[in-house]
Design a protein around this ligand. Structure first.
Ligand code: PRX
Length: 648
């Protein structure tokens, strides 16, 4: 970080700024000042302007029971109506979802058609499955339009969806189903990857045990592969949906009724069900689409995430549809059949905003640095990154080769818990610096502070916090209010009051720009996906011959971070353990948590009170010389032993 203060500055494209919603730093500052001086007035103005209220709200913000806050109380709305119905008169024939399948098949679903599909889906859930307002519905789906229909159908009838990423194993799916007590699972037989069919339904079958709360499973036929069928429990979507009415009155929802749960990793072995509610979430999803991506009426917007992650929720489905945009949904793998696939899609669909993770950028760069030059990429206006810090070489390639040195790059920092962007450049206003999330989005009171709320010295790392509640913030951890308080509001105070701590470290540069340095807790970031080391450890401990384990992150060229496990065996004779450990991880969590390195060692470096010194393990994984004082360890000799094993 030595050159943090001297990074090259790239100014917004003048032509772009002229037409941008926020076209200068003066406008940015005006908005941020307005929010600082009249916080509730700022949010109330936008909420009135952006949301089609069934009944207006009477109170903007109630903080009396902080951190359990309430936004826009008294207001009534329906998120699916916000995303669909209100566009029918003005853009009914406009494409809402532009789907490209793995094998190149394309579907264009207009707002009118989306209305029909979502209403039929909603009627199916109500009539055939008895789903009611407040019921939890787990969605375990590939990237096909029906995944979006399912989300919006839940929103329409007031059911709370919980999407589980299709790469999670049956055990992980089972835990999430049971924690949420979901009575319905929506899945597909499977889908296509690299032109080959794969299956999802068997994972659902394995996740539903005798004591499962699940009563019914809805199966969308995508590839028509043969799958097992449990009579009375499993139902074909296409058969049931056919004769459903295409009118379904949207349920009238309170601003603070739950909209969805999304499980994410924390620092314990058990993932947390992050809860987002109606009005605040949809407001910020829409506002950030407009401000951060500056999507215009004719634009085509592509976010490459999976709907199983928060990025897919907010920036494939809810944000784009709430603002009436055309959103691209892609089933396939971006490097298949070659690393030109995304650029061909940009050309074919005339994409204007492209949003992806640094891992994808690194892979595309490595596999085909000149591929973007083969396609007409002139429609691109804004490029985005999300999920992990981007390194300057990847940033430079993205800027120059993908964006032809004319597109703004918005390095958007946010989390499952923040619902939408919280720190990001605005493409028509903010001068950008490579690999820097820059400044808080207007309305967000993000600051770098220490545990007592003081600003660190320039160049010193601090804790990235948000000091006032914002509309799209997490409303709770499902079923665990104490965990919600402890996990997010327990560590940092400002003026004596607890504030939201993101779990990330960050540094200000001389211009007040924020550079995020990464997690300060035991959460690692693999290819932009959050993974709790404790979760991986809990899986590894299921191996009969494992006595102890410690998992840390290690820098990885493509994935950002890789997973490095130090394992102490009960019986030291190592034979197939490494392979078996990864097999267990695959079945307990999924392929995304497989270890890149497993080192068997005689013991772990522990303090006399038994605490594992992860700092030492992180240094050893990186191959660094151990310079820290290890004399306080219970058995200092173990360090040299591990070092030896790591080298081999
Ligand atoms: O460590 C930060 C990193 O991703 C974490 C949030 O992960 P998740 O909830 O899975 O959401 C990912 C997509 C929003 C953060 O705590 N992170 C996210 N965006 C950035 C980032 N790190 C650096 N720069 C970013 N732009």
């Amino acid at each position: 970080m030595s050159d943090l203060h001297n990074r090259k500055v790239y100014y917004p494209n003048e032509e772009f700024s002229k037409n941008a919603r926020i076209g200068s730093m003066e406008e940015y500052k005006k908005l941020q000042d307005e929010a600082t001086n009249d916080y509730e007035g700022f949010w109330s103005r936008h909420a009135k302007d952006k949301i089609d209220w069934i009944e207006p709200f009477t109170n903007t913000l109630d903080e009396s029971n902080f951190p359990f806050v309430k936004w826009f109380e008294g207001g009534k709305l329906n998120v699916s109506a916000q995303c669909i119905d209100r566009h029918l008169d003005t853009r009914g024939d406009k494409t809402a979802i532009l789907f490209e399948g793995d094998r190149g098949d394309v579907q264009r679903i207009s707002y009118k058609e989306l209305h029909v599909r979502v209403n039929k889906f909603a009627n199916l859930l109500k009539e055939d499955f008895g789903v009611k307002k407040g019921d939890r519905v787990v969605i375990y789906m590939p990237m096909i339009p029906e995944a979006a229909f399912a989300m919006l159908a839940c929103a329409r009838i007031g059911a709370i969806h919980s999407i589980v990423f299709g790469g999670f194993s049956s055990e992980a799916l089972k835990d999430r189903i049971e924690d949420a007590k979901a009575k319905v699972v929506i899945t597909a037989d499977g889908a296509y990857r690299k032109e080959k069919p794969y299956l999802l339904k068997p994972v659902v079958d394995a996740a539903i045990t005798r004591t499962s709360p699940v009563e019914k499973v809805l199966v969308v036929e995508r590839n028509n592969e043969k799958v097992d069928w449990v009579d009375g429990r499993d139902f074909s979507y296409h058969k049931l949906v056919e004769n459903k009415s295409d009118e379904c009155e949207p349920e009238v929802m309170d601003s603070e009724d739950p909209l969805f749960l999304l499980y994410t990793s924390g620092s314990t072995g058990k993932p947390k069900g992050v809860q987002h509610n109606q009005a605040g979430y949809i407001l910020w999803a829409q506002m950030t689409m407009e401000w951060v991506f500056d999507v215009k009426e004719q634009d085509v917007f592509w976010c490459t995430a999976d709907v199983g992650w928060i990025t897919g929720h907010t920036y494939i489905v809810y944000g784009p549809l709430a603002m009436g945009a055309t959103t691209v949904m892609f089933e396939g793998v971006i490097t298949h059949p070659d690393a030109g696939r995304p650029w061909k899609m940009v050309q074919d669909h005339k994409i204007n905003q492209f949003y992806t993770a640094p891992t994808a950028i690194r892979v595309l760069h490595k596999m085909g640095a000149d591929e973007p030059l083969k396609y007409d990429m002139s429609t691109l206006k804004v490029l985005g990154t999300v999920g992990e810090p981007i390194d300057p070489p990847a940033w430079k390639w993205y800027y120059e080769k993908v964006g032809s040195s004319k597109c703004a790059i918005v390095d958007t920092y946010w989390q499952t818990e923040t619902g939408g962007h919280v720190i990001s450049p605005l493409p028509g206003a903010t001068p950008i610096k490579p690999a820097c999330a820059t400044l808080p989005v207007p309305g967000i009171m993000a600051e770098i502070i220490d545990e007592e709320g003081n600003t660190p010295e320039l160049g010193e790392k601090g804790l990235l916090c948000i000091t006032r509640p914002w509309p799209s913030m997490i409303r709770g951890v499902w079923g665990d209010p104490d965990r919600f308080k402890k996990a997010y509001f327990g560590d940092v105070k400002k003026n004596g009051k607890p504030v939201y701590f993101t779990g990330d470290g960050a540094i200000y540069d001389k211009d007040g720009y924020i550079t995020v340095t990464g997690r300060t807790d035991d959460v690692i970031n693999v290819s932009g996906h959050r993974m709790g080391t404790a979760e991986v450890e809990a899986a590894i401990l299921k191996h009969d011959n494992v006595a102890e384990v410690a998992v840390v992150g290690k820098p990885h060229d493509l994935k950002g971070e890789g997973i490095f496990a130090y394992v102490v065996l009960k019986c030291e004779e190592v034979c197939k353990e490494a392979q078996e450990i990864n097999t267990i991880i695959k079945s307990e969590i999924g392929n995304i948590a497989l270890c890149d390195d497993i080192v068997f060692c005689p013991g772990l470096p522990k303090t006399r009170s038994g605490k594992i010194m992860r700092r030492i393990l992180r240094s050893l994984a990186k191959g660094e010389e151990i310079t820290q004082d290890i004399s306080t360890l219970e058995d200092p000799s173990v360090v040299a032993c591990i070092e030896e094993k790591v080298k081999n």
